[in-house]
Design a protein. Structure first.
Length: 634
């Protein structure tokens, strides 16, 4: 009995008591209490819809689409729609003419005092079949007036009903019926979606934040979110790693300092629409999608509540089943590539990978002997004489209290590690292992070796017998793999330099092996505070390409980012590289860095100043052509 207080049965009884306390919450989690309506119905102004080239019909069809969306929004009771007469009067007073860019949308919304401005386009109209029927695709967008970001939207299609036998409506009637159905579907989709939100719990050096929401709340890796304080936007973040109830994110824009208790709201993305809140430019282009439904929050049903009860019973059964000799390391392994600080002259630096991990709670922390780290690119035959033989050679071994390992591209190194023999004893082994290959994606997992104390019953009589403690070692099976980490080398910048017209700047660099995404950042200071990412109507930033040759992006007009084209003004720039398939992505180590591995040298150029206007006062280029797309080559 003296072992009961610290034995397995005592722990199981404790868990059973915990389950009994939590069971009512699990069973009734699906029943959501009625919430008092503390907030007003959001106010929406609906602008006239446009027509894409694939959807002929002109302004009349656009007006018909607008009316259909207004009718459906009003019918749901979830939106307070501004009357058209009031909207048109405000457009006239502000001197605005649709279609509006992002700045115009915000001006109009602020003047009307609405929460959202709805815009949209008819993207496709098709009439075919026998009997003839119409199918119309509608893109609807809701822009948040306070931030200028998209807050909601949908792409939905509607089909006209099959006409009665012997009767064929005209095309206008068919299109009108299909358009009404598309508007109904789009508004229903928008009404069912709630943008994921979270609260900032903590910040680290203004480069990383911890959120109080996770995968259960719709947070996903790579999700971009704006950070607001009241009605003011103070920053922008990108989610790196996600747990079930929390997440971490990198700060990609910090305008007024991000603090705990600030609110983060996901940036809504809709195919066919690009919104630049910095320049106010919006771009609408044709897409193949005929439906786009954002993933909303999952709500529990009665069925899920019953399943929760079954899961609770199953958990109790697992707690009281006989003990098993196989354990799983558990926890979460996270691997992130990074480059060591570069030589200020040559820009050279070594690329490395940071591996962080947790240990499963059911492993006695004080009994851990060692933690072995394995890389997916190192394999060896399993030893059939050993239990749970990993079948590979570890690339590193850590002590009981260590939770971080750094891997490098060293050609060959020796690693000494223990193997657990069948009798529970340890055998030390030293084997050579190679470093990783730069540019090649890597994954990591762990095995934990720990002491296990077994209580054996002695024989009665003679010496009095009794319980004796015998120490043995055991090892877990492999943990799950980390996400990919690709150790790309720092990209090499080739240009520009010298004096340039900031209205026409291109950037050239050498691609890095293993990278498929690049970003160009510019700033007026060497610490890259308030850095900007230049874009153009034909050039995204980041740029997606897997080439390892010479890459040129631009030209860009940097004056649109707020830089003054005054002679002698110095602009600093850098290029970041990463593999977009990495999760959670590279570890930011450079000043004010995002999840990229940046060029090592400090690069800059100076403004040559605006040239004098030619005779006649014209300041245009005279070409009338848009800037060329980015070029890549070997």
């Amino acid at each position: 009995m003296r072992y009961l207080g610290e034995g397995a049965y005592a722990r199981r009884i404790s868990w059973l008591l915990v389950i009994m306390l939590l069971l009512p919450f699990v069973v009734f989690a699906g029943a959501r209490p009625a919430r008092a309506q503390l907030s007003r119905t959001p106010q929406v102004a609906v602008l006239e819809f446009g027509n894409r080239p694939n959807a002929p019909g002109g302004a009349i069809l656009g007006r018909q689409a607008t009316d259909s969306v207004v009718v459906e929004m009003t019918r749901t009771g979830r939106f307070d729609v501004t009357p058209r007469t009031q909207l048109n009067q405000q457009l006239q007073e502000l001197g605005l003419t649709p279609p509006l860019d992002n700045i115009g949308i915000r001006k109009l919304g602020q003047a009307l005092g609405v929460d959202f401005v709805a815009t949209g386009d008819i993207t496709r109209v098709v009439i075919n079949g026998a009997p003839r029927r119409a199918r119309v695709t509608l893109s609807v967008r809701l822009t948040d007036v306070a931030s200028g970001e998209l807050a909601n939207g949908a792409i939905e299609s509607g089909t006209s009903p099959e006409p009665p036998a012997g009767f064929q409506p005209d095309d206008d009637t068919l299109i009108g019926q299909a358009l009404a159905n598309a508007a109904f579907n789009a508004v229903q989709t928008i009404s069912r979606y709630t943008l994921p939100e979270a609260t900032i719990l903590n910040t680290r050096d203004q480069s990383e934040v911890l959120l109080n929401r996770g995968s259960r709340d719709g947070i996903t890796p790579g999700l971009e979110m704006i950070v607001v304080r009241g009605n003011e936007t103070v920053g922008r973040i990108r989610v790196n790693s996600v747990g079930s109830t929390d997440a971490t994110a990198s700060v990609i824009l910090n305008t007024k300092g991000i603090r705990p208790e600030d609110r983060a709201r996901a940036v809504f993305s809709l195919p066919g629409y690009v919104n630049n809140t910095t320049t106010g430019e919006t771009s609408v282009y044709d897409v193949a999608e005929t439906t786009f439904k954002p993933r909303g929050e999952k709500r529990k049903s009665i069925v899920s509540s019953v399943l929760g009860l079954v899961a609770a019973v199953a958990l109790a059964a697992l707690l009281f089943r006989p003990s098993s000799n196989s354990n799983v390391a558990g926890g979460r392994v996270r691997a992130r590539a990074f480059a060591e600080p570069a030589d200020p002259t040559s820009g050279a630096s070594s690329t490395r990978i940071e591996v962080r991990f947790d240990i499963a709670n059911d492993i006695p922390q004080r009994n851990i002997q060692e933690i072995q780290i394995y890389r997916n690119s190192v394999t060896a035959p399993a030893d059939p004489t050993l239990p749970n033989s990993p079948g590979s050679v570890p690339v590193g071994v850590l002590g009981p209290g260590e939770r971080v390992f750094y891997d490098d591209p060293t050609t060959i190194r020796s690693v000494t590690f223990n193997r657990v023999l069948p009798d529970g004893s340890l055998e030390a082994t030293t084997l050579p292992v190679g470093g990783f290959t730069p540019g090649r994606p890597q994954q990591y997992r762990i095995v934990v070796i720990y002491q296990r104390v077994q209580v054996t019953t002695g024989q009665q009589g003679g010496g009095g017998g009794g319980n004796q403690n015998g120490t043995q070692f055991t090892q877990t099976t492999f943990s799950g793999f980390s996400g990919f980490a690709t150790p790309v080398v720092r990209p090499q910048v080739l240009g520009p330099s010298g004096e340039l017209d900031m209205r026409n700047v291109s950037f050239t660099f050498q691609g890095s092996a293993g990278a498929n995404q690049y970003v160009v950042e510019v700033a007026d200071n060497v610490q890259f505070r308030n850095k900007k990412r230049p874009t153009s109507p034909t050039q995204n930033n980041p740029l997606t390409t897997a080439t390892t040759g010479r890459i040129t992006v631009g030209p860009f007009d940097l004056t649109k980012l707020g830089f003054v084209n005054t002679r002698g003004t110095t602009i600093y720039f850098r290029v970041g590289a990463r593999n977009a398939n990495d999760n959670p992505g590279p570890l930011p180590v450079d000043p004010n860095a995002d999840a990229f591995i940046y060029s090592g040298t400090l690069n800059s150029f100076t403004a040559i100043g605006a040239p004098p206007p030619p005779p006649g006062g014209s300041t245009g280029t005279g070409t009338g052509n848009p800037p060329p797309p980015p070029t890549t080559g070997g």
